[in-house]
Design a binder for this molecule. Structure first.
Ligand code: DGJ
Length: 732
C-alpha cells in the first residue's frame, strides 16, 4: 500500500512486513525518513525533520551545505554540498556540474512499470509511486519510481531522467537507489569470487569511509556481485535485521556503503559511473535499471525468501519458470572440442537408457573450431564433425526420445574467423591500438546494429534449421579496449550501457521468436548470474566448477539471493576437472539436485558402479524437483563457517513436505551423532522423517512433530570418510 500524507508531506510504502518513508523537506528537498520493520501509521516525519534545524525559515539559508551533508536523502545529488556519495551527477553543455532536485508532484498507479529496453519486474497485484522532482537550472526532471507488490516485502526502485533543457546535458552518474540510515553496529555482506569460485559470502564490520563492490568488466563478473547487505552484528540465518540491495542489470555496477562523520550510513547501487557519461538531448529520457531493496527482521533466510519469491513471481518470464526442467547431459567436460556425430549419439544412446532427457552439444560444432582459438562468429555447422548435418543429429537424438540443446557465444569474434576477415572493424577496439585478446578472442561490437543483427540472425537461423529446444548462451571474456567508430566522441561514455541494452535486445528477440525455448545464460561459468538475465532465462550456469565441495560455497552464496530453480548444476566425473578432488558420485548427485540438475560427463566411460546410480538420481530429481524449485529454501549450516559440514533444506509452501541435504565435508574423529535443528516446518504438524537412501537399520523412519524437529533436531550419524552426504525426506 502506498500513501501520501499531505499534512506531513510524507510518502509511505507499506509492504507485508516493512515500511519505507520519504518526506519532503523544507525548500523541497526529498528526505528519507524511515526504512525498517513495519510501523504504525504515525507521523514519523520528525525522524527527518530533526535534520532541518540547520535551515532557517526565513530568506537567509546560511547553512545549506551543513543541511545537505546531514539530511538523510532519497536521491543525493552532486555538487550542492552533500559531500557524501552522490546518486546523480549531471553536467550542462557549458561544462558546469551540480544538480539540485526539488519536489514537484507525484502519482500513484496500480501495478508495476515496464522500463523500455530493460528487464523489469512485472505484476498487477501491486502499486507504483512516481515522485517528480526538477532542477529548473539544468532544465531536467528526475522521476523517482518505486514499485511494491501485495505478496512481497521487496521495494523496487529506479529513476527516470527527462530533459526539458534547450541544450544537451551529460549524465555522469545515475544510480538507481540510495538511502541513509543510522549505524547500529552493522556488518556488511558482499559476494566475491573468481572463475570457478563465484559468489562466496564475505562478511565484515562496516568501517568509516567507503566500502563496496563493483564491476568494470562490461558484465556482472565472477569477481564481484551486484548485491550488498547491511546486517546487525548479531544477525544470523534466522534472526536479526538485514537491509539488502540487488541490481536487475548485467553490466558495470557499483554498490557502496559509506559510514560518515555522523555515524550515518549511505547505501547506494546503480550503473558504475566510471567511464559512464550519457548525452541526453532535449526531450530525451534516460531510465536507470531497477534496484531491489529488501528489509527482513528474520535474518538471512528471511531475506533470501523475499528475493527468491520476488524473482520467481515477478521477474522470470519463461514458460519453464515453475516447470520441471529436462534432465540434460552436456558434452563439455566429456569431450571438450573432440567430438563428432557418432560420439554425441553414443552419449545420447547411453544417457537415454538411464532416463536422461536432453543432449546439449557444447562448444566446438561450428566453423573449424577444434580448440578455443578460432571461429567465433562463423556460426556454420562443421559437417566434418557433425557428419550428416545438424538436422540429422537432432532427429537421431529426438528418435531416442530426447530433446536437443545447443551452445552459442554470439557476442564474440575470433581473429581467426571468416567474420573477422570480412569485418575486422566489428571487433571492439580503440582506433590505432591493437585490441587485447582474451581466450584468443575479441568482443563483437553489438552496439553496431549490423553486428547485433548478424549475431542474432546467426543464432536464429541455426534454431530454425532443426528441432532445437534449449540454448546455452555463453560469454567467455570481458570487455576492454572500448572504442567505436560509430559513436560520436561525446557519446563514448555510453558504450558499456549500450552494449548491455544490445544484449537485452538480442535476448528479447530470441525469447519472442522462440517462445518455447529453454534459455540458459552462462559466462565462463557464472559471471552473468544476475537478475537481469532472469528476465530472459529461467536458469543460469552457476560455475565451471562442478566439484561437489566447492559447489557448497558457490551454491550457498548464489542461493543467498537467487532461487534454487535458477542454479545450473551438473554431476561430473572425478578427479574433478577444476580442483582434482574425488568425491562420492552420490554426494555429487545430491548437490546437483539442488539446482536444475544434469550431467556433464562421458557416460560411455563411467564406472559401472557410478553408472548404476544414475537411474536412481533421475528418480530423485523427478520426485523432489518441484519441492526444490518452488519451495522455500532454508540454510541450516554452512561449511564455509563451521569447516565441517553443510546443510540446507527446501520446504513446500504448504509446509507439508521438506527435503534436507546434509554433507559431512570433513569427518570428525570420535564423534557420534549430530542433531540438526531444521526450520520452516509447521510446529504442530506430525511428520515422517525418512532417509530414503540409507540402510533402514541405521535410519528407521520415525514420526515427529515439526516443533521437535525444529527444536530438538534429527540425528545424523558420523560416516566413515570425508564428503559423505545424506538426503532426508520429511513429509506428512
Ligand atoms: C564456458 C562455460 O561455462 C562452459 O560450460 C563451456 O560451455 C565453455 N565455456 C565452452 O567454451
Amino acid at each position: 500500500m502506498i500513501k501520501f500524507n499531505e499534512e506531513t508531506q510524507t510518502f509511505r510504502l507499506d509492504t507485508l512486513n516493512s515500511t519505507y518513508c520519504i518526506t519532503v523537506a523544507k525548500k523541497g528537498y526529498l528526505g528519507h525518513s524511515y526504512y525498517g520493520k513495519k510501523i504504525a501509521d504515525d507521523d514519523i516525519s520528525y525522524l527527518m525533520r530533526q535534520s532541518e534545524y540547520f535551515m532557517s525559515d526565513g530568506e537567509v539559508f546560511r547553512e545549506k551545505h551543513t543541511l545537505l551533508d546531514f539530511l538523510p536523502q532519497e536521491l543525493p545529488t552532486d555538487g550542492m554540498g552533500d559531500f557524501r556519495e552522490s546518486a546523480l551527477a549531471i553536467t550542462n553543455s557549458n561544462g558546469n556540474n551540480g544538480v539540485e532536485l526539488k519536489y514537484k508532484s507525484y502519482k500513484i498507479c496500480d501495478g508495476a512499470q515496464t522500463l523500455p529496453g530493460l528487464p523489469s519486474v512485472f505484476g498487477k497485484n501491486g502499486q507504483s509511486l512516481e515522485i517528480t522532482t526538477e532542477d529548473p537550472v539544468l532544465g531536467i526532471e528526475v522521476h523517482l519510481i518505486y514499485t511494491i507488490f501485495d505478496d512481497s516485502d521487496a521495494i523496487i526502485r529506479s529513476t527516470r531522467i527527462i530533459s526539458k533543457a534547450k541544450e544537451p546535458v551529460y549524465i555522469k552518474k545515475a544510480l538507481s537507489a540510495s538511502f541513509d540510515i543510522d549505524n547500529e553496529d552493522f556488518d556488511i555482506i558482499t559476494l566475491h569470487g573468481s572463475w570457478a569460485r563465484e559468489r562466496h559470502i564475505d562478511r565484515h564490520p562496516v568501517h568509516h569511509g567507503k566500502q563496496g563492490v563493483l564491476s568494470m568488466r562490461g558484465e556482472t563478473s565472477h569477481q564481484e556481485h551486484p548485491f550488498i547487505a547491511l546486517i546487525d552484528h548479531n544477525t544470523d540465518q534466522n534472526k536479526g535485521s538485514v537491509y539488502a540491495m540487488n541490481f536487475i542489470y548485467s553490466g558495470n555496477f557499483v554498490a557502496d556503503c559509506q559510514l560518515n562523520q555522523f555515524e550515518s550510513i549511505r547505501l547506494v547501487m546503480g550503473i558504475n559511473p566510471e567511464n559512464f557519461c550519457w548525452k541526453l538531448n532535449p526531450g530525451e529520457t534516460f531510465d536507470t535499471p531497477q534496484a531491489v531493496l529488501v528489509y527482513s527482521d528474520k535474518g538471512l533466510n528471511g531475506m533470501s525468501h523475499i528475493y527468491h519469491d520476488l524473482y520467481r513471481e515477478h521477474l522470470i518470464r519463461s514458460p519453464y519458470k515453475k516447470a520441471m526442467r529436462p534432465i540434460l547431459i552436456n558434452n563439455w567436460e566429456a569431450t571438450y572440442f573432440n567430438f563428432d556425430t557418432e560420439k554425441l549419439l553414443d552419449i545420447a544412446r547411453e544417457a537415454s537408457k538411464d532416463g536422461i532427457e536432453m543432449l546439449v552439444m557444447d562448444d566446438g560444432w561450428f566453423g573449424k573450431r577444434n580448440s578455443d582459438n578460432c571461429s567465433l562468429g562463423d556460426w556454420v555447422v562443421n559437417e566434418e564433425k557433425i557428419k550428416g548435418g545438424l538436422k540429422h543429429l537432432v532427429d537421431e537424438v529426438n528418435k531416442l526420445g530426447m530433446k536437443f540443446g545447443i551452445w552459442f557465444e554470439p557476442e564474440m569474434i575470433s581473429p581467426d574467423s571468416d567474420l573477422y576477415k570480412a569485418h575486422p572493424d566489428w571487433a571492439i577496439q580503440i582506433p590505432g591500438r591493437e585490441p587485447g585478446m582474451s581466450r584468443q578472442q575479441y568482443v563483437l561490437d553489438i552496439t553496431r546494429k549490423e553486428a547485433e543483427d548478424y549475431a542474432y540472425e546467426s543464432v536464429a537461423k541455426i534454431l530454425r534449421s532443426a528441432n532445437i529446444e534449449y540454448v546455452k548462451w555463453d560469454m567467455n571474456r570481458q570487455l576492454s579496449d572500448i572504442g567505436s567508430s560509430k559513436l560520436a566522441s561525446d557519446q563514448m561514455g555510453e558504450y558499456y550501457h549500450r552494449y548491455v541494452l544490445a544484449l537485452y535486445r538480442m535476448q528479447e528477440r530470441l525469447v519472442t521468436d522462440f517462445p518455447k525455448l529453454l534459455l540458459e545464460n552462462c559466462s565462463g561459468g557464472g559471471a552473468r548470474f544476475d537478475p537481469g538475465m532472469f528476465y530472459y532465462s529461467p536458469q543460469i550456469w552457476c560455475s565451471d566448477d562442478t566439484d561437489a565441495i566447492e559447489r557448497l560455497s558457490i551454491q550457498e552464496g548464489t542461493a543467498l539471493v537467487y532461487p534454487l530453480s535458477t542454479m545450473g548444476a551438473h554431476v561430473s566425473v572425478c578427479p574433478n576437472h577444476a580442483v582434482g578432488r574425488v568425491t562420492p558420485f552420490k554426494t555429487r548427485g545430491y548437490v546437483a539436485l539442488s539446482g536444475t540438475f544434469g550431467y556433464e560427463l562421458d557416460i560411455t566411460k563411467l564406472s559401472p558402479e557410478d553408472r548404476s546410480l544414475i537411474p536412481h538420481q533421475v528418480e530423485l530429481y523427478k520426485k523432489y524437483s518441484d519441492l526444490v524449485r518452488n519451495g522455500d529454501y532454508w540454510r541450516i549450516a554452512s561449511f564455509s563457517q563451521n569447516h565441517e559440514y553443510d546443510c540446507w533444506m527446501s520446504v513446500s509452501k504448504d509446509k507439508k513436505e521438506a527435503l534436507v541435504t546434509f554433507v559431512q565435508v570433513l569427518n570428525h574423529p570420535n564423534f557420534k551423532t549430530r542433531f540438526i535443528k531444521l526450520q520452516g516446518l509447521d510446529p504442530d504438524r506430525k511428520y515422517t522423517v525418512s532417509f530414503p537412501d540409507e540402510n533402514q537399520a541405521d535410519y528407521p523412519e520415525i514420526t515427529l512433530s515439526g516443533s521437535t524437529i525444529m527444536n530438538a533436531g534429527i540425528g545424523i550419524k558420523r560416516d566413515w570418510g570425508d564428503f559423505q552426504a545424506k538426503l532426508i525426506h520429511i513429509y506428512s
